[in-house]
Write a protein that binds this ligand. Structure first.
Ligand SMILES: Cc1cc2nc3c(=O)[nH]c(=O)nc-3n(C[C@H](O)[C@H](O)[C@H](O)COP(=O)(O)OP(=O)(O)OC[C@H]3O[C@@H](n4cnc5c(N)ncnc54)[C@H](O)[C@@H]3O)c2cc1C
Length: 412
């Protein structure tokens, strides 16, 4: 198959890009390994307090269906159930799980999204333990409860958001507690870190006290703030969020039967007191990281930017990479919400269309501004220092250009 542009990933970034590219008169195929298009949008359902009154309900599934319809109307081909395992300059895209094994394209957009970090802990392989992403998919996409009584482990914006989504779906969420202290968990097991994370989720938990405590935790008063926080002060829509207790282990014979909660000091050290809480499911949350493998296979430079979620492709303000004709959009560029992913998809499409001599529906500068606006209006903020991360990326990009000596200089 030959197309102008191949997009890998049918999440909000890929779908939004496809619509703009097709509008510019380019032929587009979207490739996705999931059985249906929409990416992470499919499991998202919550109130968006920053949206206008009439658009408060964020229904990711509905939005995904609308985007797919718009794309198909413009003759975008969407192929699901196919895994892209290689992308090589030229551009040649190799597929698994498809009759046609290769796609040739003039440009490629990587919109592969993000993955969840693992949270290994005693008992985590028992049936009934799921990741926060799986819990979200079960609850909002398949309408299946992961259990009758659920404990959420890990205190971060996504964990809180999914705890609320489960509660709204009728699940008894017994609480959200810290991850246990281990070499794997590092900051995740620190109450003051958790507190600042919670403050950033303040829009989802509009509790002024929480916001105040989060700000305190960021400064010299951090320790005091953590000491000051006592049950039942931290409740989000009735769900206890206990940053002074960690789930030390999960217990059960055949499947989850209980969690053992351990009190921890302000800096996350166990104080020895334990209590057993009966639950039949546990949901683990340890954060997200950008899925960059295909960018690496494609040969574009990668950089470590913790503020964006870890290793990311080196990209410019127009979302081009160091590999000619290879662009990125969405969570592969850094962990942010779906609104930002959509705006980035559109920006990448505008950049690609321009580079291919077509007239996009809006000027590039306008598309760049739209990404900034989407960021400001995003109802969920996964990483607190995204702006610093983006500034770092801009500097690294500039430096790379300045030191560029032929194509080889781009390779990491
Ligand atoms: C577990 C989890 C929960 C989230 N919850 C929320 C939330 O509640 N609200 C929110 O705003 N944001 C949430 N996000 C962030 C979310 O990723 C963004 O909102 C948005 O969906 C990112 O869009 P995207 O297009 O970059 O990627 P995604 O929506 O993740 O889509 C990427 C697509 O690429 C496909 N893909 C990846 N690799 C390949 C390959 N090699 N071959 C073929 N296909 C491939 C995947 O199957 C997927 O469909 C969540 C993210 C995760 C991981």
């Amino acid at each position: 198959m030959n197309v102008d542009v191949a997009i890998i990933g049918s999440g909000p970034a890929g779908l939004a890009a496809s619509i703009e590219l097709a509008e510019s008169g380019l032929s587009v195929v979207i490739l996705d390994e999931y059985y249906r298009p929409g990416g992470r949008l499919l499991g998202q359902r919550y109130e968006d307090p920053k949206a206008p009154e009439t658009e408060r309900e964020w229904d990711g599934m509905k939005l995904a269906l609308e985007l797919v319809e718009q794309a198909r109307k413009r003759q975008v081909e969407i192929r699901c159930g196919v895994t892209v395992w290689s992308v090589s300059p030229g551009w040649k895209i190799e597929l698994g799980g498809a009759d046609e094994k290769t796609v040739h394209a003039k440009a490629v957009l990587l919109a592969t999204g993000a993955a969840e970090r693992a949270l290994p802990m005693p008992g985590w392989t028992l049936p009934g333990v799921v990741s926060v992403g799986a819990a979200q998919t079960f609850t909002n996409l398949h309408h299946v409860a992961i259990g009758k009584s659920v404990m959420v482990v890990g205190v971060d914006p996504l964990a809180i958001s999914v705890a609320l989504e489960m509660k709204h779906a009728g699940v008894n969420v017994v609480g959200v507690a810290m991850a246990p202290r281990s070499p794997m968990t590092e900051k995740l097991s620190s109450p003051s870190h958790a507190l600042s994370q919670l403050a950033k989720a303040a829009d989802l938990a509009p509790n002024p006290l929480l916001r105040l405590m989060g700000r305190l935790a960021g400064g010299r008063l951090g320790k005091m703030a953590v000491h000051a926080l006592r049950w039942p002060l931290l409740q989000i829509e009735g769900i206890p969020v206990d940053i002074r207790k960690a789930v030390a282990r999960i217990e059960g014979e055949e499947s989850v039967e209980a969690v053992i909660l351990q009190s921890v000091s302000a800096n996350g050290v166990p104080t020895g007191r334990e209590e057993r809480v009966e639950v039949d499911a546990v949901c683990l949350s340890a954060g997200l990281y950008p899925l960059i493998e295909l960018a690496q296979v494609a040969g574009c430079s990668l950089v470590q930017v913790p503020e964006l979620g870890g290793v990311v492709p080196l990209y410019g303000s127009d979302l081009s990479t160091t590999a000619d004709g290879l662009y990125v959009a969405g969570n592969i560029t850094g962990i942010e919400g779906a609104k930002v992913a959509m705006a980035q998809g559109k920006l990448a499409a505008v950049s690609i269309a321009q580079a291919m001599g077509k007239s996009p529906t809006l000027p590039k500068e306008e598309a760049i501004q739209a990404v900034k606006r989407a960021r400001a209006l995003s109802p969920i903020r996964f990483l607190p220092d995204v702006e610093q991360g983006l500034a770092k990326m801009e500097r690294l990009w500039r430096e790379a250009w300045l030191s560029k000596e032929g194509d080889e200089a781009w390779r990491m």
